[in-house]
Design a protein around this ligand. Structure first.
Ligand code: ADP
Length: 238
């Protein structure tokens, strides 16, 4: 069987429809929502704030902590609330993918916490989470070297595609999923995972697609930030 036409009619290099919103959680220092098709992530940033217990404090750098989880109602069958092996792993890779964009040495003794919750899951949730968290960090006023944009690329049956949805991940012929995060200005990759198998050439082709898709995601992120700050500017001048 070949995968001639994508289930939702997208072109191989076509990302799902995106939406981004900044400042969605009033009590957080920074927050954002990022939607990729039917996958929705919200992120809230708290800090940098004094870190407790004090023995965790490091004078030379702030401590970044990411807590990622799928909410119980985000998937078709209720997901048991609370952390799991999967959420611990996704939290860790998300931390690693965001850290290169930050300068934690400026925030000695403090902790910077990012909560990422998936309200609706249709594959690619770690990537949507990274896209939301990046915006929440900017909203919190954290200086950043670049934004981080993330997308999953991969192979569905015999076809290399970008931004797989759940139906594609569950293709009867099998699917390979490769989440990628990068800092679009330099092209530096901060997350690269591979669930499945692809040849060297297929990986190269998928990475090219990811690079292009991350540029598009970056544009949506910048647009959302501009919208938020234009609003603030209006408010200040009236
Ligand atoms: P990602 O969401 O980053 O693609 P995975 O490959 O681990 O990460 O998960 C793929 C998709 O499988 C998720 O986006 C979600 O739609 C679904 N999924 C993951 N965990 C569960 C779960 N506990 N119950 C139901 N669906 C899940």
């Amino acid at each position: 069987m070949t995968y001639a036409k994508r289930f939702d009619g997208r072109k191989p290099d076509q990302i799902r429809e995106m939406e981004a919103k900044i400042g969605i959680i009033k009590r957080a220092d920074g927050s954002a929502m990022f939607r990729m098709g039917k996958t929705i992530a919200i992120a809230a940033v708290y800090g940098p704030r004094e870190l407790f217990p004090a023995f965790l404090q490091e004078p030379a750098r702030g401590r970044l902590k990411v807590i990622y989880d799928l909410l119980s109602f985000s998937v078709t069958e209720r997901k048991k609330p609370g952390p799991s092996r999967r959420s611990t792993e996704v939290s860790m890779v998300t931390e690693n993918s965001l850290e290169p964009a930050l300068n934690l040495t400026k925030f000695g003794y403090t902790g910077l916490d990012i909560y990422i919750y998936i309200t609706q899951a249709d594959a690619g949730t770690r990537c949507a989470g990274i896209n939301a968290a990046t915006l929440a960090l900017v909203d919190a006023g954290i200086p950043m070297k670049d934004l981080v944009a993330a997308v999953a690329v991969g192979k569905v049956s015999d076809k290399i595609v970008v931004d797989l949805n759940k139906e594609e991940e569950d293709h009867p012929d099998g699917a390979t999923d490769m989440p990628v995060a990068m800092m679009p200005r330099t092209g530096k990759i901060t997350l690269l995972q591979l669930d499945g198998s692809m040849t060297k050439d297929e990986i190269k082709q998928a990475l090219e697609m990811a690079k292009k898709a991350c540029q598009e995601i970056n544009k949506v992120q910048i647009k959302a930030l501009k919208e938020k700050y234009m609003e603030a500017e209006k408010w200040m001048t009236t």
